[in-house]
Ligand binder design. Structure first.
Ligand code: HEC
Ligand code: HEC
Ligand code: HEC
Length: 126
């Protein structure tokens, strides 16, 4: 598989370490390794936090497709909101019904689990 080449020598061990760490701190609930929670506005507006599956995207696109062209490479540093996405910025550069599915499937992004702010997100974890 093509994917195998990419996640080969270097990245697979990182994943393994990630999972080990996740088990190590098993008192702290962890979402999937590499997920990034975006929650400047979502919860305050009554929507579950957005869980961005970084890994899923990283294996599909080169870093420079997104960094720094679309997103600054620091967690929490991008001022993203729904209007901007619908207008075609940030996630909306791809989630526009052409490159990827359009932003009408709220739950796919507002997945409501979190790897950093579990207490905040707890209300959304089933
Ligand atoms: C492609 C991913 C994606 C989809 C699909 C999506 N959202 Fe969002 N949404 C975001 C992101 C990213 C933010 C900003 C997260 C943050 O920092 O709070 C956001 C923020 C919001 C906010 C916070 C207030 C604001 O004005 O931004 C609301 C409300 C919201 N979304 C509603 C929705 C609804 C309703 C749907 C479905 C019709 C939807 N979203 C679908 C990614 C998405
Ligand atoms: C599809 C777009 C996309 C691709 C491709 C992508 N990233 Fe990201 N990356 C993001 C988003 C979105 C964030 C979160 C930004 C935020 O929180 O405001 C992020 C955050 C980061 C962060 C900060 C994480 C932290 O914990 O502070 C790093 C480092 C990073 N990316 C590195 C990379 C590298 C290296 C690659 C290529 C292997 C890559 N990214 C590919 C979208 C992408
Ligand atoms: C460079 C293009 C690009 C950007 C930017 C981008 N995505 Fe995606 N995203 C994709 C593609 C392509 C898919 C796969 C679509 C498919 O399978 O039909 C995807 C899939 C997803 C999925 C589903 C993952 C799964 O497991 O099936 C989620 C959730 C998601 N994106 C959220 C986001 C959020 C939130 C943002 C903004 C912070 C974002 N994406 C920005 C291209 C992008």
């Amino acid at each position: 598989m093509k994917k195998q080449g990419l996640i080969g020598g270097l990245l697979l061990p990182i994943l393994v370490v990630g999972f080990l760490l996740a088990f190590d701190v098993s008192t702290v609930s962890k979402a999937e390794y590499g997920d990034i929670t975006l929650n400047h506005y979502a919860e305050k507006a009554g929507m579950p936090p957005v869980v961005f599956p970084h890994w899923f995207h990283r294996i599909r696109f080169k870093c420079k497709v997104c960094h720094p062209a679309i997103f600054e490479m620091r967690q929490g540093s991008n001022d993203i909101n729904m209007i901007k996405i619908i207008k075609g910025d940030f996630c909306g550069k791809c989630h526009n019904g052409r490159i990827a599915w359009p932003p009408i499937y709220c739950d796919r992004c507002h997945a409501g689990k979190s790897d950093i702010a579990i207490p905040k997100a707890r209300g959304f974890i089933k």
